[in-house]
Design a protein around this ligand. Structure first.
Ligand code: AVI
Length: 332
């Protein structure tokens, strides 16, 4: 992320109830085109992974979650199902749940089923059409629940309905925190701790493990992760007047054990020129666009990070193979 994006990372402000559920992120396409051009003119070339998630990207990510090699989704879901009673006991009765990056809306169900009289559910997601579809499905399943979808980029300022007297609890599954650099993650957590004062945050965090397992998770043989990554180029062609030829770029992802992160790139397989927003961008053969980090943590390191951001780390749940963790962080 750029320094500007870093400074604006995860600030939350509140609005009177009802004013927060904006229909869409204003000027999102313009933001994307500007960010894309700036990123492609920087050295090295890069584009933030948050731009993966247009409607098609969200649909492709749902497919990624079902890849046999991609263990995080099913492992986290199993942990949520197995431990929902303990988790919801810690969350407490009549809580207001704010979900950061609601995705497919799948992981909130075990909690909603076990929560005692939840006051409201506020799913935040960057993809408006996708979020509205999920909110409509959940409204059918939980007719008594007050569901207020918020279309927003939660790494920037998020407008929330003003704090009610309900205990506000954050839910941040999927290890999306891993897509932020550690400093950004700390800033996100510090802002969340402030916003959730008196409540807490339930957060899924992918764990450091055998690099072979990590490598396989981001290099599926069916090419779904590659399609997810390359969707950025499809989006660029549609929204930024670009003319990327998909066959001339390769998906490249590997685990960097020194940095404890997966690094994801799109690599140009030839010297070529591409037009983006009416400007020419030159690529050397083998030149890469950085598209994503996915940091992995040890349980201890993540607890330290959360504590440095102002949370009190409490319970942790891990699967038997220690692939994935879910942390309950109290915002005192
Ligand atoms: C959303 N995020 C946590 C995923 C991850 O594992 O970092 C995104 C992803 N990228 C490639 N595969 C999945």
């Amino acid at each position: 992320m750029t320094p500007r994006a870093q400074r604006s990372l995860a600030r939350f402000r509140t609005l009177p109830a009802g004013e927060g559920d904006a229909p869409d992120i204003p000027a999102d396409a313009a933001n994307f085109a500007d960010a894309l051009l700036a990123g492609l003119r920087s050295d090295p070339k890069r584009i933030s992974c948050k731009y993966f998630y247009d409607s098609e990207g969200s649909r492709l990510f749902e497919k990624v979650c079902g890849i046999p090699e991609y263990y995080p989704t099913r492992t986290e879901l199993a942990l949520l199902k197995a431990h929902a009673p303990e988790m919801t006991a810690l969350i407490g009765a009549e809580a207001e749940i704010v979900e950061f990056g609601a995705g497919a809306g799948e992981k909130i169900r075990p909690l909603l089923d076990a929560l005692e009289r939840p006051r409201a559910y506020l799913p935040i997601d960057i993809s408006g059409a996708y979020l509205r579809g999920i909110a409509a499905r959940l409204t059918e399943e939980y007719p008594a629940l007050d569901i207020r979808p918020i279309v927003a980029d939660f790494t920037r300022t998020v407008v929330l309905p003003s704090a009610s007297d309900a205990r506000r609890v954050g839910f941040f599954p999927g290890s999306t925190i891993g897509n932020l650099a550690p400093q950004e993650a700390q800033q996100f957590l510090a802002n969340a701790a402030n916003m959730l004062k008196g409540g807490g945050l339930l957060i899924g965090v992918d764990l450091v493990k055998d690099p072979g397992v990590l490598h396989a998770a981001y290099n599926d043989p069916a090419g779904i992760t590659a399609a997810f990554n390359k969707n950025l180029l499809v989006r660029a062609n549609r929204e930024a007047g670009a003319n990327f030829e998909l066959a001339r770029f390769a998906h490249y992802a590997f685990y960097n054990p020194m940095q404890r992160r997966i690094e994801v790139y799109l690599v140009s397989n030839a010297a070529q020129r591409v037009t983006v927003c009416g400007r020419t961008v030159a690529f050397a053969e083998g030149e890469a666009i950085h598209t994503e980090w996915s940091y992995k943590y040890t349980v201890e390191d993540f607890r330290r990070l959360a504590a440095s951001a102002g949370f009190v780390p409490r319970a942790v749940w891990c699967d038997a193979e220690r692939l994935f963790s879910i942390h309950w962080l109290e915002a005192a």
